[in-house]
Design a protein around this ligand. Sequence first.
Ligand SMILES: NC(=O)c1ccc[n+]([C@@H]2O[C@H](COP(=O)([O-])OP(=O)(O)OC[C@H]3O[C@@H](n4cnc5c(N)ncnc54)[C@H](OP(=O)(O)O)[C@@H]3O)[C@@H](O)[C@H]2O)c1
Length: 247
Amino acid sequence: MPEPKTALVTGAGRGIGRDIALSLAREGYACGLIARTKSQLEETADLIRKAGGKALVTPTDVSKREQVLASVEAVERELGPISVLINNAGAYLKKPLTEITEEDFDFQLKVNTYGPFFCTQAVVGKMAERAAGAIIFVLGSETRGGPAQYSAYTASKVAQRAIAESVAYEFMHRGVHAAALDVDGAVDSARVREAMPDTDPSHFVSPAQICAEIIHLINQPKSSWTFQVDLRSYVQWRPRASAKKKP
Ligand SMILES: NC(=O)c1ccc[n+]([C@@H]2O[C@H](COP(=O)([O-])OP(=O)(O)OC[C@H]3O[C@@H](n4cnc5c(N)ncnc54)[C@H](OP(=O)(O)O)[C@@H]3O)[C@@H](O)[C@H]2O)c1
């Protein structure tokens, strides 16, 4: 039996998640789309359908386990067994350490750690039963050390990376490929260009290349699975790796 081509993409309402969903749809995947804002998911679904693809909008808060289970149930009922999960949804917080509240910290963990945990838990068992499937965790440079003012965000992303690695080792022998994609730098988008108007756009990571890497990862043969990929532009935005400026 050929592996079903159904993908579940979290954070598919805008940004990188929308691009990932569109590129999976171009590869023939029917896409279940998750985020909280229904109108943004509808926009992504329209783009997919206009290009001839299939999509199902399932407004979901990934930090709520029952909502994730309901979304997975709807996607599998309408589109078929999920063969690819992209854990992309993320909440972002930059705040001085002394100002981070307990609620802030909880929220980062709930979205960035519990979210991918719930989504993975909801699909991985059935993937393992079919001995096939891929789960990609979209991470950032934060997983390699926390910049100032990112302690809550970094903690949640490092924890997500730990889940990614455990899933890889726990399920590789059962045919499920899990991989961590570290996007090490700001990703090109209208929002990022507006926030960093003085930065040469070629210094941002290309969303098209993130999508291409994801397609590459999910198509890897079982004999040659990658666990971790780093993507960064040739000029790092973080000072530790920036090219030295000429005097
Ligand atoms: N942009 C960058 O420069 C960059 C760099 C490195 C890594 N990353 C990672 O890439 C991922 C996507 O980033 P992005 O810049 O595309 O983010 P974005 O533009 O803010 O979009 C985030 C998406 O996640 C959804 N989301 C947020 N909280 C959610 C929740 N509780 N439940 C379900 N969906 C939720 C959002 O929709 P709703 O708000 O409607 O729920 C939205 O669709 C993140 O994990 C981020 O850490 C981004």
